[in-house]
Design a protein around this ligand. Structure first.
Ligand code: FAD
Length: 320
C-alpha cells in the first residue's frame, strides 16, 4: 500500500508539490512519487521529503505538457507502484491531470482537500465555494484520488530522509492522449506581485479607502509594519491600484501571520485568497460585514480615523 504523489518540477520541485509531499506524510503510508520526464534533477529533494520510490515516465510523447498523456503516465505508475492513493497539488495542472486519472480508473476525485478525516473508507474535507465552506467527501474504494489545496500545510522536509529507488515506467501516449497539449510557451511578464504572497504582514485595502488618493495612511501602515499592500478587486477594477496587488480568487492567495483588511467587506471571492492568514484584524465601519464576523479581531469605525491613529502609535513606539 502506498501513496503516489504527482510531482510538478522544473529545476526543482514546485512549492505545491513540496506541500503535497508534506501532506502525504499525514496518511502514514509509504510515499512514492511519479515524475513525467527525467527525475534526476529532483531526486535529492524527493529524498529529503522521504520518498521511497520514484516512477519516471519519459520519451518523446512527454516533451510538452499534455494532460491526458500525463494521466496515462500516472495510471501506469499507480499500477507499477500498487498505489491505493494518488495525489497532486491543487494547481490547475494537478487538478486537470488527476481528473483524467479518475476518469480512466472510473473513480471519484476530490479537489482542494485540506484534511484526511479517516482512512477506511477514505474520507476527506475539501474547500468549496472558494474556500468559504468545507465539504466532507467519501472517495472510491480501490483508488483514492485527490488534490491538496494550496497552503493546506507548510512544506517541511522529513525527519527520515531517503535515497529513492528509481523505476522507469514504460508508457507511450496515444495520438488522442496528445490531442490537447501545449503547443508553444512564451515568457510572461516578471511576477510583479513582489513579496505579497510570502509577506508575513499584509495590509488590505478595499472600496472603503474612498478613492485612488485614499491610500496614503494605508501605505504608511504597510511601511511601518514592514509588510505588503493587498487590495480587493473593486480597488483594481476602479483603477485605484494595479492588479498585481489584488488578493482573492482572481488575485494572489496569501497566508501571512497577520492580515489587516481595511474597508474590505469580505466577499467570498476575496476570502478565497486570504482565509489562510493566521490572524485577521479587520477595520471596517460595518460591524456586520462578513470580514468583521470572520476576523479574529475587529475595530469598528472609519479607517481614515483608525489607521492614522495606529500609525501615530507605531511611530511613537518606534522612537521611544
Ligand atoms: P465592498 O464590497 O463595496 O465593501 C466595502 C467595505 O468597506 C464595506 O464592508 C464597508 O462597510 C467598508 N467601508 C466603507 N467605507 C469605510 C470607511 N471609511 N472605513 C472603514 N470601512 C469602510 N474580489 C476580490 O477582492 N478579489 C478577487 O480575487 C475577486 N474575484 C472575483 C471573481 C469573480 C468571478 C467575481 C464575480 C467577483 C470577484 N471579486 C473579487 C469581487 C467580490 O465579489 C467583491 O465585489 C469585492 O471583493 C468587494 O470589494 P470591497 O470589499 O473592497 O468592496
Amino acid at each position: 500500500m502506498s501513496c503516489l504523489v504527482l510531482i510538478e518540477a522544473h529545476d526543482s520541485i514546485s512549492e505545491v508539490s513540496a506541500e503535497t509531499l508534506t501532506f502525504a506524510r499525514s496518511l502514514e503510508t509509504q510515499i512514492d512519487a511519479v515524475v513525467v520526464g527525467s527525475a534526476d534533477v529532483v531526486l535529492g529533494q524527493l529524498g529529503e521529503y522521504g520518498v521511497a520510490r520514484v516512477f519516471q515516465a519519459g520519451g518523446e510523447g512527454f516533451a510538452a505538457f499534455a494532460p491526458a498523456a500525463w494521466a496515462a503516465a500516472v495510471v501506469a505508475a499507480v499500477e507499477a507502484a500498487g498505489a491505493t492513493i494518488v495525489i497532486a497539488g491543487g494547481s490547475p495542472r494537478g487538478n486537470e491531470v488527476l481528473a483524467h486519472v479518475a476518469a480512466r480508473r472510473d473513480v471519484l476525485m476530490a479537489a482542494n482537500v485540506v484534511t484526511v478525516e479517516q482512512s477506511e473508507p477514505l474520507q476527506v474535507s475539501r474547500q468549496v465555494y472558494g474556500g468559504a465552506a468545507l465539504e466532507v467527501m467519501e472517495l472510491s474504494d480501490g483508488l483514492g484520488v485527490f488534490s491538496v489545496a494550496g497552503h493546506a500545510c507548510a512544506p517541511a522536509a522529513s525527519d527520515a530522509p531517503t535515497t529513492p529507488q528509481v523505476h522507469d515506467v514504460a508508457v507511450s501516449p496515444t495520438s488522442s492522449d496528445l490531442a490537447v497539449r501545449v503547443a508553444r510557451t512564451e515568457a510572461g511578464a516578471p511576477d510583479e506581485s513582489g513579496n505579497l504572497k510570502s509577506a508575513k504582514v499584509v495590509v488590505g485595502a478595499g472600496r472603503g479607502a474612498g478613492s485612488a488618493d485614499g491610500f496614503g495612511e494605508l501605505m504608511e501602515l504597510t511601511d511601518l509594519l514592514g509588510g505588503s499592500l493587498g487590495v480587493s478587486r473593486v480597488v483594481t477594477s476602479l483603477g485605484w491600484r494595479p492588479h498585481h496587488e489584488q488578493v482573492g480568487q482572481t488575485g494572489s492567495r496569501i497566508s501571512p501571520d497577520l492580515y489587516i483588511p481595511c474597508g474590505i467587506s469580505g466577499a467570498i471571492q476575496h476570502w478565497a485568497g486570504c482565509s489562510s492568514a493566521k490572524t485577521i484584524l479587520a477595520i471596517n465601519s460595518d460591524p456586520d460585514a462578513p470580514m468583521v464576523t470572520r476576523a479574529h479581531y475587529a475595530v469598528i469605525g472609519d479607517l481614515h480615523e483608525i489607521v492614522p491613529a495606529i500609525n501615530e502609535e507605531l511611530r511613537r513606539r518606534a522612537s521611544a
